[in-house]
Design a protein around this ligand. Structure first.
Ligand code: ATP
Ligand code: MG
Length: 467
């Protein structure tokens, strides 16, 4: 195996030396009169290692097999390179072809491919420059998130992927069942007669893939104070958009003894810390995105890290939008939800930095958000960012048992399904708050990539579950 110190990344940031062995996949090969240049990449960094081969010293048949896509091992001397653009190159002494790649059929050629085409070759797109950078940034971001919470003393909760409560209310759910779809058992008697008998199913009742870990995270916050979840979530929404996946990852911190103010400041601190860390750790990948994908990436990220987020109420936001003189696709009025165009106007035109909007109308927000005394709004907060709009959605939770019970009934929900959620408000309840952040949405933000299918290793969307 390749150990630290021997990745191409490590070699390129070190000194010249002899007897170096590298393994990797050939990006390109260029032949001139008596020298052959191979660009080799092992996924450790955006830069390729230039391997210099003198054909005179090698078997011609062996060299013919060193083609784009082939996997090779090279031993040689790492020397300073006379060419511009790189400090070091590897002068080959031994070359071994580990795995050939027939150039006539290898799908990944040097010329730029469309993202759509690359999606169709999900098993090979990982070797392209763009996806190399995407997945290095993804790793760095995930690590940054875990480190941040760990350093803040948070407990990491693994909330369940399969859930039997259909009460999360965040979106359409995928069913999980072992019933024979061709021979579904039916209820024989009573009011449920003729309906599917889930009593015979694996869990004895209908079960689903989770859409959020928040409600379970709240259980843990009321025992461990500060907790977070970071795991896969699923939504069977048939929305084929560049921003929606059927399977995506979500980060949901939940904090006891935390009000909406604390929640806002913590969200800001969190975003700044993780972005700064990725900027530090993946500087050359982010430069790649800035150059090739979206030239505002670095500037927007610096702006997030260096600005003090603006705080406004929903009511103030509506007033700003109403007097903006803009024509909106979605009309603005008090009581309607903010759309992406409104969020972008506020962050890009009015404040030119991230904005946290608080106190949304209760009708457009979830039942668990804490009611304000005005009877009209709830303690919700959304963090809006330039270029993308909403990036974090959070709230202070309703910790008063009777108020929560009222909200549940008012929204036409069945209190019986929420028995444990309600009991948490009966036994040692405490003010608490949290937020949710879609990991892939944040990835879009960091990379400037335009389609959410291109920031997750294996996208699941309506009609697509290949690889
Ligand atoms: P949207 O309005 O974009 O559909 P939502 O209001 O349904 O989002 P929430 O239920 O608040 O989203 O989920 C929390 C976060 O999860 C969102 O802010 C977003 O970052 C992310 N998210 C929601 N749905 C998806 C999805 N289908 N694919 C990827 N990320 C998602
Ligand atoms: Mg949605």
């Amino acid at each position: 195996m390749i150990l630290r110190g021997n990745y191409i990344r490590d070699l390129l940031s070190g000194d010249a030396r002899s007897d170096v062995t590298v393994h990797g996949w050939v990006k390109t090969r260029r032949d001139s009169k008596d020298v052959c240049f191979v660009q080799l990449n092992d996924g450790s960094c955006p830069a390729d290692l230039q391997v210099v081969i003198s054909p005179a010293n090698f078997d011609a048949d062996l060299l013919r097999r060193v083609t784009t896509g082939a996997c090779i091992r090279v031993n040689g001397q790492l020397a300073s390179s006379p060419a511009a653009g790189q400090a070091l190159e590897l002068q080959a002494m031994e070359v071994k072809v580990i795995g050939e790649a027939d150039p006539a059929t290898y799908p990944l050629q040097k010329k730029g491919h469309t993202m759509e085409f690359l999606r169709d070759i999900g098993h090979l797109r990982t070797r392209s420059n763009t996806f190399g950078s995407v997945f290095r940034v993804r790793t760095s971001l995930a690590q940054a998130i875990h480190s941040f919470f760990h350093e803040e003393g948070f407990l990491y909760v693994h909330t369940p992927i399969i859930t039997a409560s259909d009460c999360e209310g965040a979106g359409a759910m995928f069913g999980v069942s072992t019933l024979d779809m061709l021979n579904v058992p039916r209820v024989n008697e009573g009011a449920q007669r003729g309906q599917v008998d889930f009593g015979q199913d694996f869990f004895g009742k209908p079960a689903y893939l989770t859409v959020s870990g928040q409600l379970e995270a709240e259980i843990f916050a009321l025992a461990f104070t500060n907790v977070y979840t970071f795991g896969p979530t699923f939504r069977a929404e048939n929305s084929n958009t560049p921003r929606h996946l059927a399977e995506f990852w979500m980060i949901e911190p939940e904090m006891a003894f935390c009000d909406l103010q604390d929640d806002m400041f913590f969200a800001e601190k969190f975003l700044k810390a993780i972005i700064a860390r990725v900027m530090d750790e993946c500087a050359s990948d982010l430069e790649f995105f800035n150059k090739r994908i979206d030239n505002s990436v670095l500037q927007t990220l610096e702006n997030v890290v260096n600005s003090v987020f603006e705080h406004i109420t929903y009511t103030e936001a509506i007033a700003l939008l109403e007097k903006s003189g803009q024509t909106w696709e979605f009309p603005v009025s008090w009581g309607s939800d903010l759309q992406s165009e409104h969020e972008r106007y506020l962050t890009e035109q009015v404040f030119k930095k991230p904005v946290i909007v608080v106190d949304y109308p209760r009708e457009i927000k979830a039942f668990y958000m804490r009611a304000n005394d005005d009877g009209k709004t709830v303690r919700a907060m959304d963090v809006l960012a330039p270029r993308i709009g909403e990036i974090i959605g959070g709230s202070q939770r309703e910790e008063r048992h009777d108020v929560l019970l009222n909200r549940i009934t008012e929204q036409g929900l069945d209190p019986a399904s929420y028995w444990w959620y309600l009991e948490l408000r009966k036994y040692g309840s405490a003010p608490h708050a949290g937020f949710g952040l879609g990991f892939e949405r944040l990835m879009l933000y960091l990379t400037g990539m335009k389609n959410i299918r291109d920031v997750i290793p294996f996208p699941r969307t309506p009609g697509t579950a290949e690889f």
